[in-house]
Design a protein around this ligand. Structure first.
Ligand code: 5GP
Ligand code: SF4
Ligand code: MG
Length: 458
């Protein structure tokens, strides 16, 4: 999911709409905005579909006045998967004794089921099936007076991954879990402030990137002033390494590093680890593009657009049901036949999860007359599900959990299949020594099975 908030500008909701549009790659099922102004109080709008199809209409934006607003784009990782209901669309809003608050959450709470039954047992009335709603109820029950204190109380009970943008009548609040699994950045716009999942959404509104919200940090912005708090016990951060590989946009900066540059470097590492004789290097667009560029640069094999993407389709990853995902590949990608015929082709993609995409692409490329097909994958084999906000399927459906690499190659029907090593991936993110196995620098559980937080709910 993607979260965005702004304070201290006229018609803040318009900025949020722009920011969410730039974060659309993080969730395409639905989006929502909550705003506040002194005259009208809190207002909210939650809609299915793309930001640009909803939050550009003057008639809707007029209902979201005020200098303070937050928003969310959704991709379901908890709650009723595959058939998002409007009640699961964020931000969630609640009124309690000290006014009220709205929150937008990216991540996944790993003890949500236990919290939920405890809260329902105690009389809380849930509106949604989302794990994120627990936070609002925990806040409502806190005995603290001020909303930021209530929020700290609530979040100390929550396990898992959370990057949160929240608001009260007067405050904009940003928090990251102690491991800092999901990104969250802080920016300035004139006298106002912005919180965003990624820096690419600061760019779109013309905000200046100030810094990341630190893992375990809560920032509270009120009357143009920012204060920083550290409500949690200190832990060594474990940022999601898959944000570097796939999830974030290549024009964003993560941990001081260009996502594009990391992905290009993954391609360089791959070309060193798994060289192959071939005529063309082609990305599986768009997620494989920067790595393919790096592979081509390092290997000297010419880069070409052997597969062309229809720009009017979303991310297959984000399509929640298997049926739609299967169709999605063909609707989204097509082979550039004239280019491929008779060629030995290296195809570079970001990941193999179920193998659906790879099989369809191999079919298309061989059908177009390719002489050989070699897959090079910009992440290690995905062998474990993610419990922290990326929708990987259960283990039975993960190709790499059930097959050796040679079995996978055979299953995909390609001439060769190689994945980047975990150390190679770490090096590409700037960790010159690779992965520190005693204290890994990132969360890489979907590749290693080393879960930084025990996933109670599964
Ligand atoms: P597959 O088709 O192997 O299930 O998915 C791999 C391809 O689709 C990659 O190109 C990746 O960009 C995207 N993808 C599809 N579904 C998922 C998913 O659930 N998790 C991840 N990590 N990537 C996915
Ligand atoms: Fe990221 Fe994988 Fe960890 Fe999930 S399990 S947070 S996708 S590295
Ligand atoms: Mg892809």
């Amino acid at each position: 999911c993607g979260v965005f908030g702004v304070t201290g500008v006229a018609d803040a909701a318009n900025f949020v709409a722009l920011g969410l549009h730039a974060l659309q790659h993080r969730g395409q099922e639905a989006g929502g905005i909550v705003s506040h102004d002194a005259e009208h109080g809190f207002n909210s709008a939650r809609r299915f579909g793309y930001v640009r199809d909803n939050f550009t209409k003057a008639s809707l934006m007029e209902t979201l006045p005020g200098p303070l607003a937050i928003g969310h784009v959704r991709y379901s990782t908890s709650g009723a998967k595959g058939h998002t209901q409007i009640r699961d669309v964020q931000p969630f809003f609640g009124e309690f004794s000290m006014g009220g608050a709205a929150i937008a959450h990216n991540g996944n709470i790993t003890n949500a089921e236990a919290l939920r039954s405890e809260l329902i047992g105690g009389g809380s009335i849930f509106q949604s099936s989302s794990d994120s709603e627990c936070i609002i109820h925990l806040m409502a029950r806190s005995l603290q007076r001020r909303v930021p204190d209530r929020m700290q109380d609530a979040l100390r009970r929550v396990e898992g991954a959370f990057s949160i943008v929240a608001m009260t009548r007067t405050k904009l609040i940003g928090v990251r879990d102690p491991l800092g699994v999901r990104p969250l950045v802080l920016g300035r716009i004139g006298d106002g402030w912005v919180l965003s999942s990624e820096t690419c959404a600061l760019d779109i509104v013309g905000a200046e990137f100030i810094r990341e919200v630190e893992p375990g940090e809560m920032v509270v912005i009120e009357n143009g002033e920012i204060s920083s708090h550290t409500p949690f016990a200190r832990q060594r951060p474990r940022f999601c390494i898959f944000e570097h590989v796939y999830f974030s946009r290549p024009d964003s900066i993560l941990g001081g590093r260009s996502v594009y540059e990391t992905r290009r470097q993954i391609g360089v590492e791959l070309a060193r680890e798994a060289p192959v004789e071939a005529d063309l290097v082609c990305p599986v667009p768009d997620s494989g593009t920067p790595a393919a560029i790096g592979f081509s640069q390092e290997s000297g094999i010419p880069y070409a657009m052997g597969i062309v993407r229809n720009q009017y389709m979303g991310r297959t990853f984000i399509e929640p049901t298997e049926q739609i995902r299967n169709m999605g590949v063909r609707l989204k990608l097509n082979v550039n036949r004239a280019l491929i015929r008779g060629k030995r082709v290296v195809l570079v993609d970001d990941s193999v999860v179920r193998g659906t995409t790879s099989i369809k692409i191999r079919e298309m490329v061989l059908d177009a007359g390719a002489a050989e097909v070699h897959f090079r994958i910009a992440s290690p084999p995905t062998s474990w599900p993610c419990f922290y906000g990326v929708d990987t399927p259960e283990r039975e459906k993960l190709l790499a959990a059930n097959m050796t690499q040679e079995q996978m190659r055979d299953h995909l029907g390609v001439d060769s299949l190689r994945f980047i090593s975990l150390d190679g991936l770490y090096r590409a993110t700037g960790e010159a020594e690779g992965r520190d196995s005693a204290q890994p620098q990132y969360c890489d559980a979907c590749f290693s099975g080393d879960y930084p937080v025990i996933p109670h709910d599964r």
